[in-house]
Write a protein that binds this ligand. Structure first.
Ligand SMILES: Nc1ncnc2c1ncn2[C@@H]1O[C@H](COP(=O)(O)OP(=O)(O)OP(=O)(O)O)[C@@H](O)[C@H]1O
Ligand SMILES: Nc1ccn([C@@H]2O[C@H](COP(=O)(O)O)[C@@H](O)[C@H]2O)c(=O)n1
Length: 438
């Protein structure tokens, strides 16, 4: 159903006949009424967040990209004042937006399951605002909707806290059919402004070592059904045991031959091969991905994509390979490339068995990558990106190998010889670790 139709139905009061009210029970929503551009009603907010919200607060929506979200937040706050409740479905960026617009975290009840799982896994410490009402997904659509009628109803739920309803209405009648509403004309953001916002965001993520969840635990996202079952589940241990999913990390410098050797092991041992780089490239290409632009930028710069994205992609792939192909042994190639990735993955997905590390001098790696670059079509197989990737490898990824080595979990293999010679050594190490073909 188109958003405009949803809005119209909502206006007619025919949809969503039940909602969570302030006490967690079911109540009928109020129909939207004409009124001031934006009104707010807040009741029984938990102490922690109550003071930060006030009547008239805005719920904006981060839709598909950081830019779009910031544009909207910015636009709304210019329009209606600086205080904003930010609704944002991208956990990685929640902190950044939150910092700019310090109010409460709000998110969509119908946020994609992958993001929902990701956030749920990150912790339940924050109160959650869960929007129960369809809202126009983008500012553009909002602008297009014929009646410009916007209504959102949210319930706040936090473990141990009280519940609250927030109703935000925005109704604006267009005078002429195609007339642009004044609010938008006056406050539309210019492109340069957008790029500044984007750069700020990216540098903030960088400054935090690519992750915001260390500093702040993330909210639980609940949809209507889940909201009824508080407290929401939190993952306190890994999804799988090593017996359920045997994971071998495959690490080495760019071009060390990880992919080449993984292909051999898949053929002879029946592993499921998951390359973090491939998964990221796939996600980058996926139509509608909210992370596509960011991944592209990180790969070109040879930087490590924030772990939330990579871990979620890997988890999804492991779960699917187990379900669909019945796989139990996994080669995870090119991951973890940063210590936080290693720790988090083992905490929430599965502890690794050990790491195969392919050791090769930089001159040889460079020669291989430039050679591969003639036909690979990869945006990072050029000398500029290669140099950056080497730097990242030495500074960020080698400490991961060192940490695993201290735990006696590394098989280091010299990878300068021909592929078949290297593979003999690989087989010997797998044998030593008791890995048998499936
Ligand atoms: N032992 C080897 N000797 C010479 N060339 C090799 C060897 N192993 C792999 N290569 C070649 O080097 C290039 C890089 O190999 P591969 O793609 O397996 O590396 P990788 O470690 O997976 O790289 P990346 O981390 O960039 O994905 C390929 O063109 C491959 O054919
Ligand atoms: N754990 C990872 C793995 C990869 N990346 C990014 O992808 C680029 C390509 O990776 P390859 O393994 O295919 O060489 C890499 O340079 C990183 O930008 C990542 O961020 N995290």
């Amino acid at each position: 159903m188109r958003q405009e139709d949803q809005a119209a139905e909502w206006a007619a009061g025919s949809r969503h006949s039940s909602r969570l009210d302030g006490h967690g029970s079911i109540a009928r929503p109020e129909p939207p009424r004409p009124g001031p551009a934006l009104t707010g009603r807040i009741a029984l907010l938990p102490e922690a967040i109550g003071p930060s919200l006030a009547s008239g607060d805005i719920i904006a929506r981060g839709d598909s990209s950081p830019c779009a979200a910031l544009e909207e937040v910015q636009l709304w706050s210019q329009t209606c004042g600086p205080r904003s409740s930010v609704m944002w479905s991208n956990p990685m960026l929640e902190f950044d937006i939150h910092e700019c617009f310090p109010t409460v975290c709000v998110t969509l009840g119908n946020v994609k399951p992958s993001v929902r799982n990701l956030i749920r896994r990150c912790g339940a410490a924050w109160p959650v605002l869960c929007l129960m009402q369809p809202v126009p997904p983008t500012w553009n659509q909002y602008m297009k909707s014929s009646a410009m009628r916007y209504c959102a109803k949210a319930a706040t739920l936090s473990p141990g806290g009280s519940c609250a309803n927030i109703t935000v209405r925005h109704r604006r009648q267009r005078k002429r059919r195609h007339a642009k509403p004044r609010v938008a004309r006056n406050h539309r953001l210019s492109r340069p402004n957008l790029s500044i916002l984007k750069n700020t965001l990216v540098s903030r993520i960088d400054n935090q070592g690519g992750s915001s969840t260390h500093k702040y635990s993330m909210p639980v996202i609940l949809n209507e059904e889940q909201a009824a079952q508080l407290p929401a589940p939190q993952r306190t241990r890994p999804l799988y045991s090593p017996e359920e999913a045997g994971v071998i990390f495959v690490l080495g410098g760019p071009g060390a031959g990880k992919g080449t050797q993984c292909a051999n092991m898949v053929r002879d041992y029946g592993f499921k091969h998951l390359s973090a780089g491939d998964l990221l490239r796939e996600e980058q290409e996926r139509k509608g991905s909210e992370f596509g632009d960011m991944i592209k930028e990180y790969i070109r710069e040879g930087k490590i994509v924030p772990m939330e994205v990579t871990i979620q992609l890997l988890e999804n792939a492991i779960v699917a390979a187990k379900k669909v192909e019945g796989k139990r042994q996994f080669l995870i190639d090119g991951f973890p490339r940063k210590q936080d990735q290693a720790v988090k993955f083992e905490e929430v997905v599965v502890p690794s068995r050990f790491t195969l590390f392919f050791d090769c001098p930089e001159e040889e790696l460079e020669r291989r990558l430039l050679d591969r670059g003639k036909s690979s079509g990869r945006a990072d197989d050029n000398i500029e990106s290669i140099k950056k990737r080497f730097k990242t490898f030495v500074e960020t990824s080698m400490p991961v190998v060192d940490a695993f080595e201290e735990q006696g979990k590394v098989e280091k293999i010299k990878a300068i010889a021909a592929p078949e010679v290297v593979y003999k050594e690989v087989k010997a190490r797998l044998d030593k670790r008791g890995i048998k073909p499936e």
